[in-house]
Design a protein around this ligand. Structure first.
Ligand SMILES: *[C@@H]1O[C@H](CO)[C@@H](O)[C@H](O)[C@H]1NC(C)=O
Ligand SMILES: *[C@@H]1O[C@H](CO)[C@@H](O)[C@H](O)[C@H]1NC(C)=O
Ligand SMILES: *[C@@H]1O[C@H](CO)[C@@H](O)[C@H](O)[C@H]1NC(C)=O
Ligand SMILES: *[C@@H]1O[C@H](CO)[C@@H](O)[C@H](O)[C@H]1NC(C)=O
Ligand SMILES: *[C@@H]1O[C@H](CO)[C@@H](O)[C@H](O)[C@H]1NC(C)=O
Ligand SMILES: *[C@@H]1O[C@H](CO)[C@@H](O)[C@H](O)[C@H]1NC(C)=O
Ligand SMILES: *[C@@H]1O[C@H](CO)[C@@H](O)[C@H](O)[C@H]1NC(C)=O
Length: 404
């Protein structure tokens, strides 16, 4: 794959500069949220409703984007691990002067939205709300906007545009200004969602994503967003970040493997294999790398194959999925996904995701089935493997094992 080589060359050639240009001082103080409980049912509901428009993704070709300018910037968003790696969020600034919003950065969707000050539902009132009349750069759009997610949660309102700042990157962005949000969002630690998918899956056709706008404005040193999701188990959920425009070489071991995106909607790639303790389970699939999904959601056959190797694993319909003995948390084994010719691991210990009930010796598994045709490699994969989402002319994801 010639193009893979070219991207890697670009990455290496640009690293010295990018590292130097990566400005410090954009860190927003983050607060741990230890009270956020894992909610397996909500997770599964979210997953099962999350991909209603999969057919939208066929035969989409995003227009090529401009190459990165060598004089552009980077922006680092420190993220908070919202309790046991269930979700992660970080802050952005919107408008002039900037109003701060806590956002769930999501490679599995593309809309950017948060509540507006005219929204008085309980969910809106529980969060930071954007007051357009306090921003000198706000522009009305007028188009109606709405989105439906996972658990059936919805948000709706109007579109508007304003400056969005992440570190030194600042672009005019079309935004969803929610005038109504369903009650599910009342509990959410974040104010809104920040989609990092491709524009082809925007709710309103023709809206450009933040990454596309930043690239077109030559604001990014590299056309990438690099994701380091920390693990509660390994480092207490600290130091996570979304790094826009650069790659942090201190966050991974060995070399990055570059995997071409096969379809531009979600970040879709070919999963060439799945192994258990280094032995292939004979499974392949298309898959997406989705920071907005907590678990690994594979096809039913692949999920069954993984659990057939774990003593005591069962499919518990009334619990809503696969369960494993919580003692798996002390296992030294792993499963691995082959991407771009290399195997990327997820420790079996992580599969002991959450006890069925407080104190239970049976845990919900971090691997679930139900996604035949398009596996979802969620946070459980990404927190073990540093991922560089490259929105260049030929989009790709570069991956390497995380380093703490
Ligand atoms: C929005 O800001 C304007 C101008 O400062 C202020 O008059 C108005 O009360 C604010 N609206 C809300 C809902 O806070
Ligand atoms: C959602 O927005 C679309 C336009 O993007 C519109 O056609 C549809 O009627 C809206 N639905 C609701 C429930 O507001
Ligand atoms: C918000 O949406 C809900 C559900 O669609 C609806 O019942 C409610 O009336 C809406 N509230 C407002 C203030 O529009
Ligand atoms: C990384 O790539 C360099 C240059 O191709 C090579 O010399 C080195 O052995 C690689 N390191 C690993 C850990 O694969
Ligand atoms: C994963 O398991 C295989 C087979 O047991 C082993 O060779 C490999 O070292 C393990 N990887 C890690 C990171 O422990
Ligand atoms: C299956 O799940 C239900 C509901 O969580 C639980 O009560 C039951 O003990 C589980 N069964 C097994 C065999 O773990
Ligand atoms: C997987 O590897 C771990 C660590 O080496 C070991 O404890 C476990 O028994 C292995 N499982 C299987 C099914 O080989």
């Amino acid at each position: 794959m010639k193009f893979t080589t070219a991207i890697v060359a670009l990455t290496i050639a640009s690293l010295a500069f990018v590292e130097a240009a990566n400005p410090q001082g954009h860190a927003v103080p983050i607060v741990r949220n230890p009270h956020h409980k894992k909610n397996f049912r909500a997770q599964m509901a979210k997953i099962s409703h999350r991909y209603p428009q999969l057919n939208l993704m066929e035969a989409t070709t995003a227009s090529p984007v401009a190459a990165a300018s060598p004089v552009a910037a980077t922006g680092d968003v420190p993220i908070t691990d919202a309790g046991s790696d269930s979700e992660y969020y970080g802050a952005i600034e919107v408008g002039t002067p900037g109003q701060t919003f806590l956002m769930d950065f999501d490679t599995g969707s593309s809309d950017i939205w948060f509540p507006t000050s005219t929204c008085n539902t309980a969910a809106c009132k529980a969060h930071n709300r954007f007051n357009a009349s306090k921003s000198s750069t706000f522009k009305k759009d007028g188009r109606q906007w709405n989105i439906t997610y996972g658990d059936g949660s919805t948000a709706s309102g109007v579109l508007g545009s304003d400056m969005v700042a992440i570190g030194d990157i600042k672009v005019r962005q079309t935004l969803g200004l929610a005038t109504n949000e369903s009650t599910q969002f009342a509990q959410a630690p974040q104010d809104g969602l920040f989609g990092l998918g491709f524009s082809t899956i925007e709710s309103v056709q023709g809206v450009s994503t933040f990454m596309d706008n930043a690239i077109a404005a030559k604001q990014l040193a590299l056309p990438v967003v690099s994701v380091f999701l920390p693990s509660d188990l390994v480092n207490g959920g600290k130091d996570g970040s979304y790094l826009f425009g650069a790659i942090d070489q201190t966050r991974y071991t060995g070399n990055l493997t570059t995997v071409p995106v096969t379809l531009e909607g979600y970040w879709q790639v070919t999963v060439e294999g799945l192994s258990f303790n280094g032995t292939s389970l004979g499974q392949t699939s298309q898959g997406i790398l989705d920071t907005g999904t907590t678990l690994l959601v594979l096809g039913d056959t692949a999920a069954a194959a993984v659990h057939s190797k774990i003593e005591g694993a069962t499919m518990n319909e009334s619990a809503g999925g696969w369960t494993v003995p919580c003692s798996l948390a002390s296992s030294k084994g792993n499963i691995s996904f082959k991407l771009g010719g290399n195997d990327f691991q997820v420790p079996l210990a992580d599969l002991a995701w959450s006890p069925l009930t407080e104190g239970s010796k049976t845990c919900f598994s971090g691997v679930q089935g139900g996604q035949d045709g398009l596996w979802i490699l969620g946070d459980m994969f990404i927190k073990n493997n540093y991922c560089v989402f490259n929105k260049g002319v030929s989009p790709s994801i570069s991956i390497a094992p995380v380093k703490y």
